[in-house]
Design a binder for this molecule. Sequence first.
Ligand code: GLN
Length: 544
Amino acid sequence: MARFIFITGGVVSSLGKGLMAASLAALLQARGFKVRIRKFDPYLNVDPGTMSPYQHGEVYVTDDGAETDLDLGHYERFTGVSARQTDNVTSGRIYQQIITRERRGDYLGATVQVIPHVTDAIKEFALAETGDLDFVLCEIGGTVGDIESLPFVEAIRQLRNDLGRDQTVFVHVTLVPFIAAAGELKTKPTQHSVKELTSLGVQPDVLVCRCEHPLPDAERAKIAAFCNVRKEAVIPALDAKSIYEVPLQYHAENLDFEVLRAFGITPGLAPDLRRWHDIVDRLHHPEGEVTVGVVGKYVGLPDAYKSLNEALVHGGMANRVKVNIQWIDAELFEAPESDVAARLEPLHAILVPGAFGERGAEGKIQAIRFARERKVPFFGICFGMQMACVEGARNLAGIAQASSTEFGPTEEPVVGIIEEWMSAEGRQKREAGGDLGGTMRLGAYEAVLAGNSHAAAIYGGTRITERHRHRWEVNTAYRERLETSGLTFSGMSPDGELPEIVERPDHPWFVGVQFHPELKSKPFDPHPLFAGFIEAALRQSRLV
Ligand code: GLN
């Protein structure tokens, strides 16, 4: 039976609980254990799919079409284990399920309550499909003491009773702030946080203390004494230069060792961390440098493009170069006095990422035009591919009014909504004007690539599977005119109805994809499109 590691956070949010969970899972994996990580999100949205990236960062999409928290991206990048729908649950989804059951009469006249009904549903979620695993790591979003997270803390308290002491470990992540005026690290917030947690019946076994300065032995002993945790199980966590160093740092601080000890397991051989050393070495010893401009919309918040940022870093690792990313607000190019060329000329490659809505679209189209005309490597992802088609239609195919129906009615819907499409489960349908939540083309879909295409050369094959998250599609009614003007449709859905990849054979590297390749890139296995894009940027850097 699987063992469970429950991870909570205290004092403040943004302590890197998700990275801690991903790192611990990677360390256990490196010791030969089979792991899976799950996330409980206490908010009331059914999933993060309808939230603005400014609220909650990127929405991470799984193969099975779930719109999930961005921490699942870290989990997948660090462990290589594909996340599933069942790995992320919100209070909203739990309540939705309970209320549906209640309306159906499933509770047979009982009063439906937080305990036991909500807590039981949470426990069911934690335990589902875990039979073949050694460790399940469950991270609770938010901070201990939040009203919203109470049922989750109660559920993990009960799980310790249900499963037993040797099957469950509680890890609590807190902050040990440095007070400059006193020149000291302060342990009191950690003490309060643990007090709060124990008042809910959960005594942590391991404490992970985020701090900006090394934690002196005396402070460590003090935390241990006040929080009722062994001193060795108080793990200091200093800020790392790169997230890919975090597993190595935690290992150096004995996190994996202490967690195994808390289960009563005597750790065997040291974990095999060669692949982590290799990627950190690639990061620290680059042999060159490229600068990529990302012309997007949510550029004020790096979390909005989390996976994209990482995939570009992976592309750099593949080529042993440092990738400098310049986040450029597409709206800048819409001002009449803006000098697009001056802003974009210093860049070695241009990427237009996914987006929703019209704001910034014209600026992106200008950036695409620049990349096409100046033969600068260009990568368009989802909305970026759609705008590459609009750009080509307007400026090369002579369709001056070309647009997307996402922006309102248009005479020339080069990008249009589709109401029916095929998935592995059969025909999918949606109504224009229907619900926004969960109604996109979501998750893994196959595509077939033309044998002689650039895309097939990049992938090294002609059948691919990639993750999607979009409502609009490039309209095949325009295919012939776009192709005649130089934009080839080199990847299509297996039924030939939906464009998946477009490219320009007369350009050194111009690729647009309807899916999100960044979601599948891993540091150990950089996505071929990102490896290829950065390679093209490197060639470009030698020209300018
Ligand atoms: N807004 C576009 C659509 O829904 C593109 C979505 C995206 O880039 N993820 O089709």
